[in-house]
Design a binder for this molecule. Structure first.
Ligand code: MN
Length: 249
């Protein structure tokens, strides 16, 4: 990847900021390698149109688990668009109280997306797994061996043993600042291999000082990650950039 990025925001909803073009320009100006995730296949083309010439922004084709039940008719469009990108997200499962009822449909959609990624090969996926880390791992293990695609767990909230299982399957983890609000965060992150760690904002859903976090603003997450790993900030920043370079190589 050249020029070399300064920061990594591997899960950001650039198209949910007021001005998508401005959000992309900001990532480019700050040299933040950003995965612009989308929530429906219908949103993909507009993102690609605006980010197509960006040096630092890549666009993921997504079908968010919160929308999977209503938008499963867009799976055909998903399949048609998939050859246009190496990046997939946001996809995954959510068994939290608000979405538990749609879990069977979510599993159907996620399974079909994994099968498409398996068939096409060489995709990099940003995966949501709220209260479903074990189920997501079962599906990845069954459907997407690491030589057919790479999985990045976005905002991983499973157990340490699930994190170790994900690592053994070749998965990465993108870490955001809100993850550190959990008292067990440090221990969980310390159980992940350091060569599999990335950063993310999940903007604009995370707030910083009462405002939605800006696109690419991973410095607070990096600072806490540095403390967790007992590494200097600059070394942590460089580690995350190197991990990304290795992931996309
Ligand atoms: Mn998200």
């Amino acid at each position: 990847m050249s020029p070399r990025p300064r920061h990594v925001d591997f899960h950001c909803h650039l198209d949910l900021y007021p001005d998508l073009a401005e959000a992309i320009a900001q990532c480019d100006a700050e040299r933040t390698a950003t995965l612009a995730v989308t929530t429906t296949p219908k949103a993909f083309r507009q993102n690609l149109k605006l980010a197509g010439r960006s040096k630092f922004v890549r666009v993921g084709l997504g079908l968010h688990p919160h929308l999977a039940a209503q938008r499963k008719s867009e799976l055909a469009l998903f399949e048609a668009l998939l050859p246009e990108t190496r990046y997939v997200g946001e996809i995954g499962l959510d068994a939290g109280p608000r979405f538990f009822r749609s879990l069977p449909e979510q599993i159907d959609v996620f399974t079909r997306i994994l099968a498409m990624c398996q068939a096409q090969g060489n995709k990099i996926l940003s995966v949501h797994s709220v209260r479903t880390a074990g189920r997501v791992l079962d599906l990845i293990e069954k459907m997407l061996p690491s030589d057919r695609g790479r999985v990045v767990f976005h905002w991983f909230s499973g157990t340490k043993s699930e994190a170790r299982r994900a690592a053994a399957l070749g998965c990465y983890f993108s870490i955001n600042q809100a993850m550190f609000e959990k008292p067990t965060a440090q221990e969980l992150i310390q159980s992940m291999p350091i060569e599999r760690l990335l950063t993310e904002t999940d903007g604009p859903f995370i707030e910083e000082a009462g405002e939605p976090i800006g696109p690419g603003k991973v410095q607070p997450a990096l600072r806490q990650l540095a403390t967790t790993l007992a590494l200097p900030f600059e070394e942590t920043r460089e580690l995350v950039v190197s991990n990304l370079v290795e992931l996309v190589r």
